[in-house]
Design a protein around this ligand. Sequence first.
Ligand SMILES: *Cc1c(COP(=O)(O)O)cnc(C)c1O
Length: 364
Amino acid sequence: MIPMVDLKAQLRDIKDEILSSIEEVVSSTTFILGPKLKELEQGIAAFHRMKSAIGVASGTDALHLSLLAAGIGKGDEVITTPFTFFATVEAILYTGATPVFVDIEPDTFNINPDLIEERITGRTRAILPVHLYGHPAEMDKIMDIAKRNNLIVIEDCAQAFGANINGRPVGSFGIAGAFSFYPSKNLGAYGDGGMVITDNETLAEGVRRLRNHGASAQYMHDITGFNSRLDEIQAAILLVKFKRIGQYNELRRKKAHLYSELLKGSEVIPPVERPGYYHVYHQYTIRSQKRDELQKTLRQRGISSVVYYPQPLHLQKALSFLGYREGELPEAERASKEVLSLPIYPELEESVIERIAKTILEIC
Ligand SMILES: *Cc1c(COP(=O)(O)O)cnc(C)c1O
């Protein structure tokens, strides 16, 4: 079976470096908030030309702690997309705020900025766009709406490390950017991990405190926080991969472009890349009205594919209390019936892409 991702292919090249980086941590016996984390935070802040980067325990926590540090809580509304991983909305709910869903653009699958303003109320405090599959959301329009309505913006960059718009990296537009280092993400650890980037000193200090039990100094607790630090061993692993993230993303793009070239003339719709938008292809996601048939046949022929996501968030059972109905967010609902993500990772062989594309052309 051709897998969606093959972390072993990546490991072959970097295993020795990873093991010696882990060995350094083990020998140092500093496992929490040590020099590797500091080096990673400084590197990632510099990469994004931001003042601060704060390592946390997961991407979900990166979102949650950013929202809390920005003062979002009960009674507030946060505008976001219904077409994302569930964690985006969990982070909003953890703060006590109410998520408000705005439908997506059918081509990029990201929140449609033209529909945001009609959902702004007196309680709206923030917009939380997601750079889904690695394609940046329309940040110019989103930032403009936020400024005019006095809202903050927190970016969910979990799927988009290294993506940019005309050279400006995602995560650097809003007050904070939240990243995930879940193993299969473009920059993946060997366990859970996440990071917040920001230029706002108050927000940085807030996240730093929240991740460490609300402490400003050892055993001095200003507020009730969390245990949400990024392990030193994970930081050691991430440092090895962070050096190569540009190259990994370039390889993903190359593979994606080959897919799109080969799929020309078929019935399936390949992903778009808006001019000036640097897509990092966390997923290579096509659309087809015969999606389920296509997936079944691919499976029979030994090719993996996954539907991200089969149910938009506004129709999830856990969120039924929000009172959304089927038909309310038609583009997200249509996308959930038509999208299909194909295998993509930096080491994916071109001959394999050719085989997958040929199979799709035969089916469609
Ligand atoms: C992976 C992901 C998250 C959550 O990240 P974790 O590190 O798994 O907690 C949040 N949002 C999106 C869009 C994701 O893809």
